[in-house]
Every structure is written in structure tokens, then in C-alpha cells.
Write a protein that binds this ligand. Structure first.
Ligand code: GLA
Length: 343
């Protein structure tokens, strides 16, 4: 990799951290590339409950340790992801060993052990934790997603999780993280949830906006309104899982082997507009993390269509800068917006 390529995180050094989701395979094969462009990392999967705590008496810290060691060696921040979620959490967590569903007391004690142990292990090295992920319901008018956490513990499970995480590492910034965060209905639910937690005295310091967007939407105005609404709670905002799919969600075609020129132009334009917007709100936005490092690998290669390649980032499949990368550097320098080329 040529060191002549400017560093992405360096370009935004006065604005916010630039992060990437990684796994141990990536840090072994492209560690220099990651350290050159990013100054924050998140484990894509390897700190999730089912991976880091697969059995009641067994934690599997090898991958998490490798990721944190890599970050420490390279002077990077780590975002911890995630402590409480309805997905990728093993069934044993919600079961009573004697049969049936775990009682409230049992689940609370497991929540406490999990948070104490995981947050405690990386105390001082993980600067921000996604304490609760995706607790809001987004298919019906209900506020809370119907999960085992909610069924067994009741709504206060969030308050409890934030309190436990704060005790385990009082210096770590604690986040509520969710997707479809720019949708006006869901935005208001997230706002109310976090407002309620703050009113109850929860140690919550920020909202994670996942940012799984695409080249067509959401609109800049919807993103702006979500940022303003969340920032009005006086919490920090982290963009936690940014990627710009080249497909609309409902587009299920599988015939493309490379992105069209039109897709790439739209993506460049969107990246520039989105980062200019983030810069406007840099007093609130303190970190922007991409959900991957380059088009070489993205979870979108398997979602929503299994095996369909996607190209959502600002580095291509050879980890070389795309035109969108230059657009971001221009935005960081405060240069005039790039014109669309067509009027
Ligand atoms: C959600 C989760 C992430 C990840 C992505 C898809 O956004 O928060 O951990 O699973 O979905 O990869």
C-alpha cells in the first residue's frame, strides 16, 4: 500500500474519529491499510454475546483481545459492540437450567456477570460501548421491540444495563444504538426512549446512528432532522455502522458483476453530501464508523440477497481509494462542493 495516499482519519483529525468494523482476519491481512486510514475500530461480530460468552461459564476472549491489542498498538480507539441485543445472543441466556424460561432474578444476575466481565476486561481500552442495540419496535405502533430481554425483565432492562456498564467502567461512554434512525416515526421513538432514560438518571452519553443507508436514501433532510432531534438531548452522536449500498432495499437483482458508472456517481455525491452534513454537526458527532474497511468485504455481499456483491465504501476491492474518497478529503478541507458535472 502506498503511503502517499493521504490518511482518511488524518483528514478529519479536527472533526471526529473515523472508524471501521473489523474482524481478526482483516486485521491480520490488511492491518497496515486499516491503521493508515482509521483511528477507531469496532468488532463486527466478535464481541457480540454469542461469540464472547458462548456458555454460561465460558467466555471466549481471544478475538476481542486481538482486536483490542491491535488498536492499542496503533493508538486507535475501540467502540465496543454490543452488550444487550435480541440477535446473536445464545438461547441459554434466557433459559433456566432446570427447564423453562429463566426467572427475572436469574436473567438479571446473568446480565450483571456478562457486563461486569466483558466491560471489566477491556476497561480503559474501550472508550465507547453500544450498551443496548435495537430495542425499539419498528413494524407496529408499539414502542419497545418484543424481545426476551423485555419479556423477562420488563422495560427497565435498559436502565439496568446502562447502570451496570457504568459501574464496570465509569470512564467509558455509553450508547444506545439503532437502525432506521432517520425514519421520522422511529426517530421519535428513539428520542423518547433516550429522553426517558436520561430522566431516570441513566448513565447514557450518546446515541449511535447505524447509518445503513444507500445511494438513493434516506434524504439529507431526513438525516439532518434526526441529527438535530437527537443532538437536542445534549448527548454525543456516533455514526456507528455507515455503508451506502448501491441497491435500494427492495432491489433484488443479482446480475451485476460491477457497479454501474451511474451508481458510483450517485455514491460519490452522497458520500460528499453526507460528510458535509456531519461536519456541520461536528459539535455533536464525535465519531463516524464505516461497517467495514473496503469493498473487498462487506456484510451486504450477503444481505438482503445472499452472494450478491455490493460496493458500499470509499475504498475499492483492491483497497484503493475510490473517487468518493477524494470527495471526502475535499469536504474535510472545507473546499467548495464538487459540482454534479451536469446541470
Ligand atoms: C446491525 C448490527 C450489527 C450488524 C449489522 C449487520 O446493524 O448492529 O452488529 O449485525 O446489523 O451486519
Amino acid at each position: 500500500m502506498s503511503k502517499e495516499i493521504p490518511s482518511l482519519h488524518h483528514a478529519f483529525r479536527d472533526n471526529f474519529k473515523i472508524g471501521a468494523a473489523v474482524h481478526t482476519g482483516l486485521i491480520r491481512t490488511e492491518g497496515d491499510f486499516i491503521a493508515h486510514h482509521y483511528n477507531s475500530i469496532t468488532a463486527e461480530n466478535q464481541m457480540k454475546f454469542e461469540e464472547i460468552h458462548p456458555e454460561e461459564e465460558r467466555y471466549a476472549f481471544e478475538a476481542g483481545d486481538e482486536i483490542v491489542d491491535f488498536a492499542v498498538r496503533n493508538g486507535m480507539s475501540v467502540r465496543g459492540h454490543t452488550l444487550v441485543w435480541h440477535n446473536q445472543t445464545s438461547d441459554w441466556v434466557f433459559q433456566d437450567p432446570a427447564g423453562g424460561t429463566a426467572s427475572r432474578e436469574l436473567l438479571l444476575s446473568r446480565l450483571k456477570s456478562h457486563i461486569d466481565t466483558v466491560v471489566g476486561r477491556y476497561k480503559g481500552h474501550i472508550s465507547a460501548w453500544d450498551v443496548v442495540n435495537e430495542a425499539i419496535e419498528d413494524k407496529t405502533d408499539l414502542m419497545m421491540r418484543d424481545t426476551k430481554w423485555l419479556q423477562i425483565l420488563g422495560e427497565d432492562y435498559l436502565l439496568e444495563a446502562f447502570r451496570l456498564a457504568h459501574v464496570a467502567d465509569p470512564q467509558a461512554l455509553l450508547f444506545y444504538n439503532d437502525y432506521n434512525e432517520t425514519d421520522p416515526v422511529k426517530r421519535e421513538k428513539i428520542y423518547e426512549l433516550v429522553k426517558g432514560l436520561l430522566e431516570k438518571g441513566a448513565p447514557i452519553h450518546g446515541i449511535g446512528m447505524q447509518g445503513h443507508w444507500n445511494i438513493h436514501g434516506p434524504s439529507i433532510e431526513d438525516i439532518r432532522m434526526a441529527i438535530e432531534r437527537y443532538a437536542s438531548l445534549n448527548v454525543q452522536l456516533h455514526i456507528t455502522e455507515l455503508d451506502l449500498s448501491v441497491f435500494r432495499h427492495e432491489d433484488r437483482r443479482i446480475d451485476l458483476i460491477e457497479p454501474t458508472a451511474e451508481m458510483m456517481e450517485l455514491q460519490e455525491q452522497r458520500y460528499e453530501e453526507i460528510f458535509r452534513l456531519f461536519l456541520e454537526y461536528q459539535a455533536s458527532i464525535t465519531s463516524v464508523t464505516f461497517w467495514g474497511t473496503s469493498d473487498h468485504y462487506t456484510w451486504l455481499d450477503n444481505f438482503p440477497v445472499r452472494g450478491r456483491k455490493n460496493w458500499p465504501f470509499v475504498f475499492d476491492q483492491q483497497r484503493q481509494p475510490k473517487e468518493s474518497f477524494s470527495r471526502l478529503l475535499n469536504a474535510a478541507k472545507g473546499s467548495a462542493p464538487t459540482s454534479r458535472g451536469i446541470s
